[in-house]
Design a protein around this ligand. Structure first.
Ligand code: FES
Length: 138
């Protein structure tokens, strides 16, 4: 690929660029993961503890995401995938009055994505750790 700021020297991208799965993945990480993206109107999560699960651009980014508004009125965008065994945490828009609770083994998170608790884990070594929090995107 020959890219040059001088249009007189630059050439058109080869057609294979537009059909390359590798270039698509590269573009996702270089363009979309590093820049602000529009999710929707702020009223998707109108009130404190509201949650809105979504997929960015209908599956273009394959990680299920969750938009929330916490009790202090702060917005958060995070992974909607449990950090234990990958269960989807929230399936429909709702009010999370008790925070986020995984229906599989009961792991709980705050509406900011921070790990709170999990049944039967008292005394476990190095638990919880940072990797038990939901991955945050906002
Ligand atoms: S998959 Fe969520 S607690 Fe196990």
């Amino acid at each position: 690929m020959k890219i040059d700021k001088d249009i007189h020297i630059a050439s058109t991208l080869d057609g294979t660029f537009y059909n390359s799965a590798e270039k698509l993945e590269e573009s996702k990480s270089k363009l979309f993961e590093r820049s602000w993206q529009v999710i929707g109107e702020e009223d998707l999560v109108k009130v404190p503890q509201a949650a809105y699960p979504f997929e960015f651009m209908d599956g273009f980014i394959t990680e299920p995401l969750l938009l929330t508004r916490d009790k202090e009125d702060n917005l958060h965008c995070m992974s909607n995938v449990c950090t234990h065994r990958g269960n989807i945490l929230v399936n429909n828009p709702c009010i999370l009055s008790g925070g986020i609770s995984c229906s599989y083994h009961g792991r709980r998170f705050g509406t900011d994505g921070c790990f709170k608790a999990m049944p039967e884990t008292d005394g476990m070594k190095d638990f919880p750790s940072e990797r038990d929090n939901l991955e945050k995107h906002l």
